[in-house]
Design a protein around this ligand. Structure first.
Ligand code: IPE
Ligand code: IPE
Ligand code: MG
Length: 255
């Protein structure tokens, strides 16, 4: 049972045997976790961890482009992260604004299209305007689509879809029997985005924390022991190697 083998020996095997030409996953989604612990280990304030985390985002996007990944979703702020102390939310908001202002032009130059999911309007009009401008500027790019999940929660997303569907049925625009999985998915914020093939979480925590619950039904999950601010291209390559060693069956019999 390969699933029960410890990760490290598997990783060593994967690194030794990965085919250089292996087809990359189309969509990689990442739960960027561990900024607070990284700062704590250095006796720094949590905001220093978030700042270092923003550098890791740059490295990660670069790695995704190098590995020819077409879709990269980054979980930057969950709908539950509003429960954090106001000071930390303020720091994260300021950092997000700074990141958008300093990075969007470069992302555009690199051919990255930006798309945002989640209830990001909760961050206020200024950030909403920055995000809309980023989406507008980069809409024609096709090298990599960077999906930023901001104030995102999968349960809220699914609930919102159910509400819209109920309203459509009530208005006579939809019949319950005509709704299938693809039709349901069109009501999600990820409409038009392929399901993630690989979901990575850093920091050693092994949970999804309300991330892409519908979309990750058949994603391969990789939990890495690195704290997000330390994440670099080698970790990205490690996760891809693990992905390539997995056999994806989608419920069918292996062929
Ligand atoms: C991830 O790091 C960043 C966000 C959730 C915004 P954390 O802030 O969760 O760091 P830990 O988990 O406390 O170490
Ligand atoms: C998940 O991390 C959310 C993001 C990475 C944006 P959290 O640190 O918020 O998750 P929990 O609280 O450990 O489940
Ligand atoms: Mg965390």
């Amino acid at each position: 049972m390969s699933e029960t083998e410890p990760v490290l020996p598997r990783l060593a095997v994967a690194l030794a045997t990965e085919e250089p030409g292996a087809r990359p996953p189309e969509h990689v989604a990442i739960i960027m976790d561990g900024n607070g612990r990284w700062a704590g280990q250095r006796r720094l304030p949590r905001v220093a961890g978030h700042r270092a985390g923003a550098q890791a985002v740059r490295r990660c996007i670069k790695a995704a482009i190098e590995h020819r990944v077409r879709w990269l979703t980054l979980y930057a702020f969950s709908s539950e992260n509003w429960r954090r102390p106001p000071d930390e939310v303020t720091d994260l908001t300021a950092l997000l604004r700074h990141y958008l202002r300093s990075e969007i032009a470069e992302l555009h130059r690199e051919g990255v299209r930006v798309r945002v999911i989640g209830e990001h309007s909760r961050f206020g009009p200024e950030i909403r305007a920055e995000l809309e401008a980023a989406e507008r500027l980069t809409v024609g790019n096709s090298r990599l689509t960077l999906v930023i999940a901001l104030s995102y929660g999968a349960r809220a997303e699914i609930l919102n879809a159910a509400r819209q569907i109920a309203a459509a049925v009530q208005a006579g625009r939809l019949t319950p029997d005509s709704l299938d999985e693809a039709g349901f998915a069109r009501f999600l914020s990820t409409d038009g985005i392929p399901d993630p093939d690989l979901v990575i979480r850093t920091s050693g925590e092994c949970r999804l924390s309300n991330f892409l619950l519908w979309q990750s039904a058949y994603a391969e999950l990789v939990f890495l022991d690195v704290l997000w601010p330390d994440f670099d291209g080698a970790h990205f390559a490690d996760a891809l190697s693990l992905f390539h060693r997995r056999e994806r069956r989608f419920g069918a019999r292996p062929g």
